[in-house]
Ligand binder design. Structure first.
Ligand code: NDP
Length: 321
C-alpha cells in the first residue's frame, strides 16, 4: 500500500510517500481502507520530536474509511461499514489497523472529509467545554486561534451553550470566519489582549480561556481570566510554555490551570461514544458546521504540514489517499 513514512525527525520534507507492505488486522482489530485522513497539530509535534516515537513511523492519528477485513471474533462491526477514529497511529496510509475499541460508526450522509476531521478536533472542543470547564449560559470565554480546526468548533459549541465568545486570530480572513462561527469580538494578537478582554467584561475577566497557542499567548491568557476562572492550556502551536511559578495562579485570582489531553477524556467506550455521537449529531443536524479549509493528495502531506505550521490554513485540513 501507499503511505507516508518518516525515517528522520525534522521539517515537513521528512514526510515522504513510500510503498510499504499491507498491514494485517491483529487481535481485536479492524483493517480499514481510508477515504480521507485528518491532519492535526499533534502530527507536527511527533514529526518534530516534541512527542517521541520510534523511527521509522507512519504518521497520523485520525481518518475515516471502509472496513475491508477484521480479526476473528470481532463483533459489532461488519466488512463494508464506514468508521472513523481519532487516536490510532499510522493513519497517513491507504490501509490502517484500527482497534475495535477506537472505531466509531460514521452516520449516513456525513461527507468523508468531514468524518475524517470531526473526531479529534470535535471531541477536543467537546471535552474542553463539558469536562475541563463546563461552560454555562451567560459565560464569556476567550478562545485563541479562533479560525483554526479546534477554534471554529469550540466557538460554535460554546455559542450553542449560551456563551459569549471572544477570539484571537492573525488575519482579516480568519476574523471573518471566526465571526461567522459565532464569535462576537475578534482580537488580533498584536493588540493588548488582556486589556481588551477586561474592557469587554467590565474589568471582570473571562470565565475560561481556551489556549491552544501556548508560548505566545500564555501570559495574556492568565491576565484575562476572572477570579477563580479556568485557563485550559490545551496545545502549543507557537511552542511550549516555559516553566513558571505556580504562585502566579494565586496572584491572578486563584486561577485553575489545566493542561488536558483528549486521550484522558475518551478513556472508556461509553465516553468515546458520548462525545463522538454528540459531535456527529450536531454536524448531521447542521447545528455545527465543520469547515474543510483544504484537501491535499496523501503524497503531498508535506505541503499540508507546511501550510498548517505556516498559519496558512483555516478550519480542518485533510489528506485524500
Ligand atoms: P489549528 O487549525 O488551530 O492551527 C493552529 C493555529 O494556531 C494556526 O492556524 C494559527 O492561527 C495559530 N497559531 C498561533 N501562533 C502560531 C504559530 N507560531 N505557529 C503556528 N500556528 C500558530 O490547529 P488544530 O486545530 O489542529 O490544533 C489547535 C491546537 O489544539 C494545537 O495546539 C493542538 O496541539 C491542540 N490540540 C490539543 C488537543 C488536546 O487534547 N490537548 C487535541 C487536539 C488539538 P492564527 O494564524 O489565527 O494565529
Amino acid at each position: 500500500m501507499r503511505a507516508i513514512q518518516v525515517t528522520q525527525l525534522g521539517g515537513p520534507e521528512v514526510l515522504q510517500p513510500a510503498e510499504v507492505p499491507d498491514p494485517m488486522p491483529g487481535a481485536g482489530e479492524l483493517l480499514v481502507r481510508t477515504d480521507a485522513i485528518g491532519v492535526n497539530f499533534i502530527d507536527v509535534y511527533f514529526r518534530t520530536g516534541v512527542y517521541s516515537t520510534e523511527l521509522p513511523y507512519i504518521p497520523g492519528k485520525e481518518a475515516t474509511g471502509t472496513i475491508v477485513d477484521m480479526a476473528d471474533g470481532v463483533t459489532g462491526f461488519s466488512v463494508g461499514d464506514r468508521v472513523a477514529w481519532a487516536l490510532t497511529p499510522s493513519s497517513y496510509a491507504e490501509l490502517v489497523r484500527v482497534p475495535v475499541s477506537a472505531a466509531v460508526p460514521v452516520p449516513a450522509g456525513i461527507d468523508p472529509a468531514v468524518a475524517a476531521s470531526a473526531l479529534l478536533q470535535g471531541m477536543t472542543a467537546h471535552y474542553l467545554l463539558t469536562s475541563v470547564y463546563a461552560v454555562q449560559e451567560g459565560d464569556t470565554i476567550l478562545v485563541h486561534a479562533g479560525a483554526g480546526g479546534v477554534g471554529l468548533l469550540l466557538t460554535q459549541l460554546a455559542v450553542a451553550r449560551g456563551a459569549r465568545v471572544i477570539t484571537t486570530v492573525s488575519t482579516e480572513e480568519k476574523a471573518a470566519l471566526s465571526r461567522e462561527s459565532g464569535a462576537t469580538e475578534v482580537l488580533r494578537y498584536s493588540s493588548d489582549i488582556s486589556a481588551k478582554v477586561r474592557e469587554l467584561t467590565d474589568g471582570e475577566g473571562v470565565a475560561a480561556v481556551y489556549d491552544g497557542v501556548g508560548k505566545d499567548t500564555f501570559d495574556a491568557s492568565l491576565d484575562s481570566v476572572r477570579v477563580r476562572g479556568t485557563l485550559a492550556l490545551y496545545g502549543a502551536a507557537s511552542g511550549p510554555v516555559p516553566p513558571f511559578d505556580p504562585q502566579r495562579l494565586n496572584a491572578a485570582g486563584s486561577v485553575f490551570l489545566a493542561r488536558p489531553s483528549l486521550a484522558h477524556f475518551v478513556r472508556t467506550r461509553a465516553e468515546l461514544m458520548w462525545r463522538s455521537e454528540e459531535i456527529f449529531t450536531a454536524l448531521a443536524s447542521g447545528d455545527v458546521r465543520l469547515r474543510i479549509g483544504a484537501e491535499y493528495p496523501l503524497a503531498h502531506a508535506a505541503d499540508a504540514h507546511s501550510d498548517l505550521e505556516g498559519r496558512k490554513t483555516t478550519g480542518s485540513i485533510v489528506l485524500v489517499p
